[in-house]
Design a protein around this ligand. Structure first.
Ligand code: HEC
Ligand code: HEC
Ligand code: HEC
Ligand code: HEC
Length: 474
């Protein structure tokens, strides 16, 4: 889950000496979807776009460029450990969705969950859906999966991939490196007429080293740092800072964080047309005042345009609709399947629900009733997401714990954010309601709020400001 908060930037680097644009050369790159399918709606400012919109953008661009190269820079999936069934379901969907997007090449990303990257699920899907993983330096584990090719020679270009991650890739010796450079050079020699692409995930230092020994027409890079900031916020606000972090003058820092696509080759110059015309006619989902309204064109160092925000949301004719419908159906059915078991746990629940507290804590109850916490599950219901575990865990009480929320019908007392979401289970307290020896200080509640008010779902959260809005006795 933590990996979800890491930001990705993909930036484009044109290796020196700057190569001329290749005729007909058009490419798109996306990455770091981090399991986001479409915006959750918690706060439009951290709208992560999601795989649905990426599919739409790719489809649009393909209408204009038949030979479009599309690069997937990885970290698309969620960890396969937490909320196991749900995540597995999601990863299965994402694998089919990626297959539907039809990227020309996929790179493993250094933030990729190792369990997933080395999983049987990935192996099976990659083989049956023919996902084009490319990696010139696979680890033993990735080699065993037998899914990645050392390079891809496509009509439009020659593609290599390089991943630096200590836990995935064993440390390389200079001997291995020399061999890799020789391999790269001999392959390049064989396909002389093609532009060369290096998809890269790892540190600056290694990239510098690689580029001192081998040249490429384009280097497309993902994931430099792991940020704790809200997704996209830092890049949007301070592109200069990002650039200065990157220790080379010929690099474009492109804000991405799953929120945009990188456009290169001829697309770089055509960014305004016709995609933007189409976008202008498309109603935006999030509140208008909160998100950039145009497909932002962020100039690179030499004034070129390289990046698009993912603003469009089409409701009809979008490429993943059938898949999505199936996925949402399965998500719901997995939720309802788990209900019988969870219902049985209700009789030993450590929770009580706010009604029970009301009698003795009238003031706190009244304040809670006035807050949106009191209706948080209805917010989901209005979007038909009240039976989706990944949403419900924050919009109700203890949905991921034994004896917690089951469903609106089976446990209405645990719907919404409850007293016990902040105060912990209180069954024992009511049996013996005495003054505790030591009471939590106000500030000790801050990390509790932040389990839900995290940078992705509540980017403006400030404990002082938010508590004032809902404090007891208000
Ligand atoms: C990590 C916890 C968390 C998860 C997971 C989560 N939410 Fe939220 N959601 C919040 C918080 C916190 C807020 C309030 C944000 C604020 O006002 O700062 C919120 C607000 C919202 C709102 C806006 C309500 C308003 O008044 O404008 C919607 C809609 C929403 N969530 C839907 C969803 C959906 C749909 C999902 C699942 C895809 C989801 N949420 C998953 C924590 C979460
Ligand atoms: C039968 C009456 C009664 C009920 C019902 C009751 N409480 Fe209390 N509660 C008390 C008493 C008495 C105290 C101690 C008063 C004091 O701190 O001066 C207390 C203290 C507290 C405190 C502050 C001290 C601490 O333990 O952190 C919290 C929080 C609290 N209750 C939450 C709840 C919640 C949540 C519920 C419902 C699940 C609840 N109470 C139900 C009587 C009750
Ligand atoms: C279990 C998850 C959860 C916890 C814990 C939580 N919140 Fe929230 N909070 C939410 C959700 C979800 C919403 C959005 C509800 C909606 O709009 O439907 C929200 C909305 C809010 C709002 C805006 C709504 C309003 O009534 O104006 C404030 C303020 C807020 N929370 C403050 C806090 C503070 C302060 C804490 C900690 C003391 C906290 N929350 C703990 C989930 C949580
Ligand atoms: C969003 C988190 C949150 C929710 C929901 C919440 N509380 Fe609290 N509650 C707090 C915080 C924070 C304090 C500490 C206030 C302080 O120290 O000034 C507190 C304090 C208390 C106290 C101690 C006395 C007081 O008022 O300072 C009681 C009793 C209490 N809450 C009961 C409840 C009950 C009952 C509910 C549900 C009806 C509830 N709380 C819902 C966060 C919450």
């Amino acid at each position: 889950m933590k990996a979800l908060f890491f930001l990705t930037l993909i930036y484009l680097m044109v290796a020196s000496p700057r190569s001329a644009l290749y005729a007909g050369d058009a490419w798109l790159a996306y990455g770091d979807i981090r399991g986001y399918i479409e915006p959750c709606g918690c706060d439009p400012k951290t709208d992560l776009g999601g795989v649905r919109r990426i599919a739409q953008i790719v489809q649009l661009e393909r209408l204009n460029h038949k030979n479009l190269l599309v690069f997937d820079l990885g970290n698309v999936f969620v960890s396969s450990e937490k909320h196991n069934t749900e995540n597995e379901l999601k990863n299965k969907f994402l694998l089919s969705a990626i297959a539907g997007i039809r990227p020309s090449a996929i790179l493993f990303n250094h933030l990729e969950d190792v369990n997933f990257a080395e999983s049987d699920l990935l192996r099976k899907a990659a083989n049956s859906l023919a996902l084009p993983y490319v990696l010139s330096n696979p680890s033993e584990a990735i080699k065993k999966l037998n899914i990645s090719k050392p390079y891809l020679a496509l009509k439009e270009g020659l593609i290599f991939g390089y991943l630096e991650k200590t836990s995935v890739v064993s440390a390389r010796t200079s001997h291995q490196d020399k061999q890799l450079f020789m391999e790269w050079n001999s392959i390049k020699e064989k396909f002389k007429d093609k532009p060369t692409f290096l998809l890269y995930s790892g540190s600056d230092k290694t990239l510098d080293y690689l580029l001192r020994n081998s040249a490429f027409s384009y280097v497309i890079r993902s994931n430099k740092n792991s940020f704790t900031h809200a997704a996209g916020k830092e890049e949007r606000e301070n592109e200069g800072l990002l650039k200065s972090r990157i220790n080379s003058k010929d690099i474009y820092a492109v804000p991405l964080a799953g929120q945009g696509v990188l456009r290169g080759g001829v697309l770089r110059q055509q960014v305004a047309l016709p995609l933007q015309q189409i976008l202008a006619q498309v109603p935006l989902t999030p509140a208008k005042d909160k998100v950039p309204q145009e497909t932002s064109i962020i100039p690179g160092l030499s004034g070129e345009t390289v990046f698009s925000w993912l603003e469009p949301s089409f409701n009809e004719g979008a490429p993943l609709e059938e898949l999505l419908k199936d996925y949402y159906k399965m998500q719901k059915s997995s939720f309802s399947k788990s209900q019988e078991e969870r219902k049985a746990q209700l009789k030993d629940s450590p929770y009580l629900g706010a009604i029970v507290c009301q009698g003795c804590h009238e003031a706190a109850y009244k304040s809670w009733q006035k807050s949106k916490h009191h209706t948080a599950l209805f917010t989901l219901q209005a979007k038909d997401k009240h039976e989706v575990l990944e949403c419900v865990i924050c919009h109700s009480l203890g949905a991921d714990k034994k004896g917690g929320f089951v469903s609106l019908e089976k446990s209405p007392q645990f719907a919404h954010v409850q007293c016990e979401s902040c105060h912990g289970p209180r069954k024992d307290h009511v049996k013996n309601p005495v003054k505790p020896k030591s009471k939590k200080t106000l500030l000790e509640f801050k990390p509790i709020c932040e389990t839900c008010h995290n940078p992705t779902h509540s980017p403006d959260f400030s404990f002082e400001v938010y508590w004032q809005r809902i404090k007891h006795g208000n």
